[in-house]
Design a protein. Structure first.
Length: 300
């Protein structure tokens, strides 16, 4: 008789466990369906709240890993790039061999790509090359990790196009700084910025402007032999450069700097009647072409 009782109790426990599992799966499925509805309706705050809930209530459920990826997407779409980067980092750390980990790498780069842009800047044209390049460098490095690790990823082409754009941005930023140094009379510093572009961004549209920067800096430093050497390179490779005259000579700014200090400037040790350094601007090329899909993919 006891054996029948034990068997009966076991059956009840088993049926209860099956019922509990089915209820949990049903609840998880319902929650995930609700999340998809929020994402389709662009209700990002609601989607983020539900995604956190599914992760906390069903950490080992059928949709846990997918929910972590969609959390990255939802944070990005809600204009929270720091949170998107953090969520992507977490997914990469927890699931380095996941079949969709390339999406986390891609979204991390995309979030950094727009991190320095304000809401106004996204709708009004501004010169991105004049902003702090920290986010651009970070985005470039994130995209490079994606293309290096997953060259066959469906996101690799888009990441590569953005990397080309970011290289151009970083090169132009260096020339903005060089021009600032020219206006301050810091010619050696301007020279180093131009050389940095030539050495680190040799395939960007900024190269002829970088050569002009180097030529101008050597000219102002009275290092005319080196100025002429670089002028020959500029004339040979970029004969139609706008600052070259008909004789192939660069239209150099005249030095109104330290060699022409007034007696008042000399008497006050440079504190008064400071001469105006030449404001030579080597920046010629304009906006860069953008060749990527602006639509942000959702993890599938």
């Amino acid at each position: 008789m006891s054996l029948f009782r034990i068997a009966g109790l076991s059956l009840i426990v088993l049926l209860s466990a099956c019922s509990s599992t089915e209820d949990q799966e049903t609840s998880e499925q319902q929650l995930y369906t609700s999340i998809q509805g929020s994402l389709r309706a662009s209700q990002w705050d609601a989607a983020i709240s539900k995604l956190h809930r599914i992760e906390s209530e069903y950490p080992f459920g059928s949709f846990a890993e997918q929910a972590q990826l969609e959390l990255v997407y939802a944070y990005y779409q809600s204009n929270e790039p720091d949170a998107a980067i953090s969520a992507a980092d977490r997914f990469i750390r927890l699931h380095p061999l996941h079949e969709k980990v390339d999406y986390a790498y891609y979204m991390r780069g995309l979030a950094a790509f727009t991190q320095s842009q304000s809401v106004i800047e996204r709708f009004m044209p501004t010169d991105i090359t004049q902003r702090d390049p920290g986010a651009a460098r970070e985005s470039f490095n994130y995209f490079k990790q994606l293309t290096d690790r997953y060259p066959e990823s469906i996101y690799a082409w888009d990441a590569t196009q953005r990397m080309i754009y970011l290289r151009n941005v970083l090169a132009r930023y260096e020339l903005h700084v060089a021009n600032y140094y020219f206006t301050r009379g810091a010619y050696v510093a301007a020279l180093r910025r131009g050389q940095f572009v030539l050495e680190n961004f040799p395939s960007t549209p900024a190269v002829p402007d970088a050569l002009a920067t180097v030529i101008q800096a050597y000219h102002l430093l009275d290092m005319n032999d080196l100025a002429d050497e670089n002028l020959a390179v500029l004339s040979l490779n970029y004969p139609n450069y706008p600052l070259l005259d008909d004789d192939g000579q660069l239209q150099l700014a005249k030095n109104r700097g330290a060699n022409q200090r007034s007696w008042i400037n000399q008497l006050t040790f440079g504190l008064a009647d400071r001469p105006e350094p030449p404001g030579f601007d080597t920046r010629i090329d304009g906006e860069f072409e953008r060749d990527w899909d602006e639509a942000t993919p959702q993890p599938n």
